[in-house]
Design a binder for this molecule. Structure first.
Ligand SMILES: [Zn+2]
Length: 461
């Protein structure tokens, strides 16, 4: 997809600031990361400003981070709050704080312009880059910086009877304070600490919060402590004081990330049996047989699950191949973390198997291993076998018959044209663009236990 291929970062750096420029359609967004040196070993806190018109917040963060040290990531494009971009002849527009969940991307594109799958995929890819720049896998706390216009978005909106009451589990309103200056947090300990310091503060209700795609909703789902420091435009002194109190509260009682692994799919995530989405897939779950790199049966049945949006995307690839007398054979999809650990034990090589400490995109239900079959379901020959750990599996490998390379290219083209992202070292592996929407899961969607040959069960490392 042309729009995705354009999404190539370019980097420039000085001592403290790194700017990476991303293309979202025809728009260019600078993701500017500034590292302020710390005198003491700081908590891993990432500060982020996603609205390009909220200058007070960026200035206040600079004032505080120059003293405390830390990392600030901001988006820069046109100086506007929203990002406008064009794909082909279609104009799209997003609020960059509504792009962190599938429902949010759909709603912001539809509300501000029009939704389309290619536009959604481009925005999802940008979201991934932004979260990567935040070093999201490595942080203890995310601090979002925002400015608001007087009396339009205030702490009082979250009080009982307010327009945003459903988003709040607890509300502390500072008597006589300016309701435009407040904290919005996901961590109960930080709620208490900031309330005790006399601030207006809202605790997000993780059950009833509206899924508007904001970073707070995503952080809540991923169990990453999140704080929004919200102040009126121009309230630089007030926002500096809030940030200093926040830093003190964090230092006094550091919030902790919850488990990085979900025991069950969270709201908005559904693992589906591929055969239920399209019965024409050829299902060949090698890990349900002894014919795989571990030599033991890991799954109890020849069934493959995927997160619903990825499964529906794969069904669109299947439909496009059908017109060419071809189809897909699927080797693996959603992979419980326990099985990732078993694979890592056999092949602890990050080029081929993701380290279970980080988790694989397979563990999020968003990666799939596939090959091409003809109309009779026979595999088309490829440059290497599935799960062959050699350079013959790499996309750059060219030293073989032209028809094998043509088959590989037919598969790559069909998958990419529906937005799937390839992997340079495995021709059979593809990620869905919204893979960061879902957590690493250790759920068992099968009706029987994993590791069916229990005498061979591999202990988790
Ligand atoms: Zn794979």
């Amino acid at each position: 997809m042309a729009a995705l291929m354009l999404l190539m970062p370019s980097a420039t750096a000085d001592n403290a600031t790194t700017t990476r420029t991303f293309a979202v359609g025809d728009a260019r967004i600078d993701v500017v990361a500034t590292v302020f040196p710390a005198t003491t070993e700081p908590l891993k806190v990432a500060f982020v400003s996603v609205h390009d018109d909220e200058e007070t917040a960026v200035e206040a963060a600079g004032d505080v981070l120059r003293d405390l040290g830390g990392r600030l990531v901001e988006l820069r494009h046109t100086g506007d709050r929203e990002v406008a971009f064009r794909l082909g002849s279609t104009e799209h527009r997003i609020d960059p704080n509504r792009i962190f969940t599938p429902a949010g991307r759909r709603a912001t594109l539809a509300a501000l312009s029009t939704w389309s799958q290619p536009a959604d995929d481009v925005v999802a890819a940008f979201t991934d880059e932004l979260l990567s720049t935040l070093a999201i896998d490595d942080v203890d706390v995310i601090v979002a910086l925002h400015n608001n216009t007087p009396d339009r978005y205030t702490a009082a909106n979250y009080a009982p009877g307010g327009s945003l009451a459903a988003d709040a589990a607890r509300v502390n309103l500072r008597p006589g304070g300016d309701a435009d200056d407040f904290f919005f947090v996901t961590d109960p300990g930080l709620f208490d600490a900031l309330a005790a310091r006399g601030h207006s503060v809202i605790l997000q209700n993780e059950v009833t919060v509206n899924d508007d795609g904001s970073l707070s909703v995503w952080c809540g789902r991923m169990q990453i402590p999140y704080v929004n420091v919200e102040a009126e435009h121009g309230h630089r002194t007030e926002q500096v004081a809030m940030l200093r109190d926040l830093a003190a509260a964090i230092a006094e009682r550091p919030p902790h990330r919850g488990s990085r692994t979900a025991a069950a799919p969270p709201p908005g995530c559904e693992l589906v049996d591929l055969a239920d989405i399209d019965p024409s897939f050829v299902i060949d779950n090698r890990y349900a047989t002894t014919d795989n790199v571990t030599g033991i049966r890991l799954y109890p049945a020849n069934t493959i699950y995927l997160e619903r949006s990825a499964a529906e995307r794969l069904a669109r690839v299947q439909a496009s191949l059908r017109g060419q007398g071809l189809g897909l054979k699927v080797f693996d999809g959603y992979r419980p973390l326990a099985i990732q650990k078993a694979l890592w034990k056999v092949k602890p090589d990050p080029r081929y198997v993701a380290d279970p400490a980080q988790g694989s995109r397979h563990n999020r239900g968003s990666a799939v291993d596939v090959t091409l079959v003809d109309a009779a379901g026979r595999e088309r020959p490829m440059p290497s076998a599935f799960d062959e750990f050699s350079e013959r599996s790499h996309l750059a490998f060219m030293d073989t018959d032209g028809d094998l390379l043509a088959n590989r290219e037919t598969l790559q083209k069909a998958m990419r044209s529906e937005g799937f992202l390839p992997l340079a070292t495995e021709w059979w592996h593809f990620d869905a663009p919204g893979w960061r929407d879902f957590p690493v899961m250790d759920a068992n969607p099968y009706s029987e236990p994993l590791f069916p040959d229990s005498q061979l069960k591999m202990e988790s490392p």
